[in-house]
Design a binder for this molecule. Structure first.
Ligand code: ATP
Length: 318
C-alpha cells in the first residue's frame, strides 16, 4: 500500500503540491485527475523519488521511502510515460527484457515471459519480437512500453499520461487492453491523466486535484453522483453520467437470465451508452442482452442510471 502523508512540494513561491493525504488501495487503479498544473505529475514523481518532497512523506507498505535507496525503490515500481523511450538499437523483445536481464534472471524464463507480455498487450510475439522500435506505430510502441514496465513484475505501476500521444482509436484499444490486463494482474496502478473519460473508464478510484490539493477521492460513481464540491461537478461536466456509461460494457449492468419476451435487444459487446440510446429510440426501459444469438439477461434503465445495482453487476463477462 502506498500512502501520502502531508506531502508537499514547493518551487520557490509555487506550491506545486500541498498537504496531500492519500492512500492508494492495493491492486486497484487510481487515476490522478485534474486541470493542467494542479500537481499530478509532481505527485506521481514524488512516489518514486524522481522528485524529492519538500515536506511530508511517502510510505510504501508502511516504510518511509526516504529510508530506501532510490534505485532499489524504483526497481519495485514500474514507470510508464508518454514518450516511452524504447532503446532504438534493441529489438522489441530485448526492450521488454531490459529489467529482467539487468537483474540476471534466467534467460529462457525471461523469453517466455516476454512472449506472454507481448501477447497480453495485443502484439503477436512471432511478428513483433524481432522488430526494432523504428518499425513500430505509436500505438505499438506504447504497448511495448507497457509490456516492458510489466516485465519486471513490479507490484506498483506509475503511469503518466501513458496513452496521451495516441490517436483516439489507438487510445481506445490500448485503454481497453490495459483494463483487461489490470483486472487480471491486479497491480497497484497510479495513473496521471487530464482526460476525464480515461479516468472514469479505467479508474477504480479517482483522485481529483486542484491547485496542489486533493479536491475529492472516490470511485467514479462517487464523483459523478456525490461530487464533494461545485468544482468537482463543474470539472466532470453535465454529461458525466453519459461519459461513464460510454466506458462500460453493457454486461456490467446485466441481470442474468433468459430475458423477457418482446423486449428490444442489444449485443453484449456494446457499451452501456449504446444501450441507453436503444432504450430511448425504442421507448423501452429494458433490453434483452444477446451474445452469439443467445439472450443472456436484461439491462434496465434504472440499472444504467445507478438507481439499482444488478445483483451480478461489475465484472460480469467484461
Ligand atoms: N521544476 C519546476 N520548477 C518550478 N515549478 C514547477 C516545476 N515543476 C512543476 N512546477 C509547477 O508546479 C505546478 C504543478 O506542476 P505539475 O507538472 O505537477 O502539474 P500537472 O498537474 O502534472 O500538469 P499537466 O497536466 O499540465 O502536466 C505547476 O504550477 C508547475 O508550473
Amino acid at each position: 500500500m502506498i500512502e501520502l502523508q502531508q506531502l508537499e512540494k514547493r518551487y520557490g513561491e509555487t506550491h506545486a503540491v500541498r498537504d496531500l493525504n492519500l492512500s492508494f488501495p492495493d491492486g486497484e487503479l487510481t487515476a490522478l485527475l485534474g486541470p493542467s498544473g494542479c500537481g499530478k505529475t509532481t505527485t506521481l514523481r514524488m512516489i518514486n523519488r524522481l522528485i524529492e518532497p519538500s515536506g511530508g512523506r511517502v510510505l510504501l507498505n508502511g516504510q518511509d521511502t526516504r529510508d530506501l535507496r532510490p534505485e532499489a525503490l524504483r526497481r519495485g515500481i514500474g514507470y510508464v510515460i508518454q514518450q516511452i523511450g524504447l532503446f532504438p538499437h534493441l529489438s522489441v523483445a530485448q526492450n521488454v527484457a531490459t529489467v529482467p536481464d539487468l537483474l540476471g534472471r534466467d534467460r529462457a524464463q525471461t523469453r517466455r515471459r516476454v512472449d506472454e507480455l507481448l501477447e497480453l498487450t495485443g502484439l503477436d510475439p512471432a511478428v513483433f519480437r524481432g522488430k526494432k522500435p523504428s518499425e513500430l506505430s505509436g500505438g505499438q510502441a506504447q504497448r511495448v512500453g507497457v509490456a516492458r514496465a510489466l516485465a519486471a513484475d513490479p507490484p506498483v505501476l506509475l503511469m503518466d499520461e501513458p496513452f496521451g500521444a495516441l490517436d483516439p482509436l489507438a487510445r481506445d484499444t490500448l485503454q481497453e487492453a490495459f483494463r483487461d490486463i489490470q483486472r487480471r494482474l491486479r497491480k497497484t496502478v497510479i495513473m496521471v491523466t487530464h482526460d476525464i473519460d480515461e479516468a472514469l473508464r479505467l479508474g477504480d478510484r479517482v483522485a481529483l486535484m486542484r491547485a496542489g490539493q486533493l479536491e475529492q477521492f472516490g470511485t467514479p460513481d462517487d464523483l459523478i453522483h456525490r461530487p464533494a464540491s461545485g468544482f468537482v461537478r463543474q470539472f466532470l461536466g453535465e454529461d458525466a453520467t453519459l461519459r461513464q456509461l460510454a466506458g462500460r460494457n453493457v454486461t456490467e449492468f446485466l441481470t442474468p437470465g433468459s430475458g423477457q419476451a418482446g423486449l428490444p435487444t442489444i449485443e453484449a459487446a456494446l457499451n452501456a451508452r449504446s444501450a441507453l440510446s436503444v432504450m430511448l429510440r425504442e421507448g423501452s426501459d429494458a433490453l434483452n442482452v444477446v451474445r452469439d444469438g443467445v439472450t443472456v439477461g436484461t439491462v434496465t434503465w434504472a440499472a444504467l442510471r445507478g438507481d439499482e445495482v444488478a445483483p451480478s453487476s461489475r465484472g460480469v463477462g467484461g
